[in-house]
Design a protein around this ligand. Structure first.
Ligand code: GLC
Length: 478
């Protein structure tokens, strides 16, 4: 029996529409997903009109659905199917920037009185770096000025110091809420308002460190969501630099929950050096997770559309990863489509032209510039590429794995049932017993007089297990 409604635990299931089909295809998947995982929310990556240079994170119209995904009536149908299963739909709000093809930008370039201050324009560029590599300022011949783009040059940054921009996004939020959205995932949520453009610069750093989560950004977020009953989840940038203080500031004032990409990247990559892969540092990773997991507004994710698949990334059994995500305290866990099937990295091509993602191409170019051969560069790209996780899923696996008692899918299903229904797993406090270099993570969860023991072994030499206070094994990876 599930009683999702009143719980402070919220399970999010992420769907990347481009890899699934249209909105009706997504609606048709909901009964299967609901039966096995019982999510509270489904977060959909962007499905709006876009130039698709960055997987839909380059929007040209926030209130229009890209025709290949369907129409508004299909969105309404999706919402109504989800509602039957007590699932709310979360919309991806790509708010830091638009596409350079967005009419607002075109008009801003032309100095249109209404739109001229919708973006960040300077008469001389600063030497900030963009997140994907290369300069963060580009010249617009039409306007004879430079515009800021924290990401790709096709993604100009909006100017959130302009109240008209805030009003535009309030209207967009209202639009999707009226259409039935239950909330929003807010992209690059903590770097919206720039206020340090004239005071010089720190050479070599990604652009957003120059105005990292400034008070003005928090005010903008408060204004956007004030008085609305929505589930809102932040994607803050900053990885390792995203502190607890910043987390509280964001979640206390504007969000129901927040990711922290740093809690994953700390395992094998460092912020902004995603083209270098380090051996997994279990100590760093588990210690960081132990610090963050007990936060009631923290959302733990092991995968997303921005990362390779976790069983390949960490060379381990998907069941052990699932246990890490659901047996540590976990209040807003997020499962990325196909994760529950144990999907490994895709068998990607050796030709960079076949990679749709802007990041893969940028990383490839950077590696080649550093002197790597084609083969060396492609070997790295194949391993780290976001495109690994953006491939179609074999949804027939729900039927195949559903019929196999020991499948990854049924393992997830059992684990989620424990997470929902066993008070010690749901709410027990965390006590770390052992963290080893070789990937052993032993911890306890206690509530009242009960203490459960968890043994996770990423090397898979021993079974990973959850043992209750009577010594019974409640779940085991083998
Ligand atoms: C977020 C998205 C990512 C995108 C970036 C720029 O980090 O998750 O996919 O490339 O924002 O919009």
């Amino acid at each position: 029996m599930y009683n999702k409604g009143m719980s402070k635990h919220k399970l999010i299931y992420q769907i990347y529409p481009s890899a699934v089909g249209d909105l009706n295809d997504i609606a048709a998947l909901i009964p299967r997903i609901a039966e096995k995982l019982h999510p509270d929310y489904i977060w959909l990556n962007p499905f709006f009109e876009s130039t698709w240079k960055d997987g839909g994170y380059d929007v040209t119209d926030y209130c229009k659905i890209e025709p290949r995904f369907g129409r508004l009536k299909d969105f309404r149908h999706l919402v109504s199917v989800a509602k039957k299963y007590n699932i709310g739909i979360l919309i991806d709000l790509v708010i830091n920037h638009t596409s350079s093809e967005h009419p607002w930008f075109k008009l801003s370039e032309q100095h249109d009185p209404k739109y001229k201050d919708y973006y960040i324009w300077l008469d001389r560029p600063l030497n900030w770096k963009s997140f994907f590599g290369g300069p963060a300022f580009d010249y617009s011949a039409a306007r004879d000025e430079y515009y800021l783009h924290l990401y790709d040059s096709s993604q100009p940054d909006l100017n959130f110091n302009n109240p008209a921009v805030v009003r535009e996004f309030r209207a967009i939020i209202d639009f999707w809420t009226r259409e039935g959205a239950a909330g929003f995932r807010v992209d690059s949520a903590n770097v919206l308002a720039e206020d340090n453009l004239k005071k010089g610069f720190i050479p070599g750093l990604p652009g957003f460190f120059h105005y990292y989560q400034k008070p003005q950004t928090i005010k903008v977020l408060e204004r956007l969501f004030a008085g609305k009953k929505l589930y809102t989840i932040a994607e803050p940038v900053g990885g390792e630099f995203f502190s607890k203080r910043k987390f509280y500031e964001l979640t206390n004032r504007a969000f129901s929950a927040s990711f922290n990409v740093g809690t994953l990247d700390v395992a094998d990559s460092f912020f902004s050096t995603k083209d270098k892969v380090y051996p997994v540092n279990y100590r760093r990773w588990f210690r960081k997770l132990a610090k963050w997991a007990p936060e009631p507004k923290f959302s733990m994710a092991l995968e997303s559309h921005d990362a390779p698949r976790s069983p390949s990334r960490f060379s381990t059994d998907p069941r052990v990863l699932a246990m890490l995500q659901f047996l540590l305290p976990s209040y807003n866990p997020c499962i990325y489509q196909g994760q529950e099937l144990g999907t490994p990295n895709a068998n990607l091509s050796n030709n960079i032209q076949d990679y749709p993602g802007v990041q893969s191409r940028q990383v490839y170019r950077r590696l080649r510039r550093q002197g790597k051969t084609k083969e060396q560069a492609m070997a790295i790209v194949k391993r780290i590429s976001r495109d690994n996780a953006r491939q179609p899923i074999n949804w027939g696996e729900y039927i195949t794995q559903g019929g196999q008692d020991d499948s990854v899918l049924n393992f997830y299903s059992r684990l989620i049932e424990l997470w929902r229904n066993d008070p010690v797993v749901a709410d027990g406090t965390l006590r770390v017993r052992k963290i080893s270099k070789s990937g052993v993570f032993d911890f306890e969860r206690s509530l009242g007089k009960k203490t459960y023991r968890v043994h996770l072994d990423f090397s898979c030499k021993t079974p990973s297990v959850l043992i209750n206070d009577s010594g019974e094994t409640l779940i085991s990876s083998k």
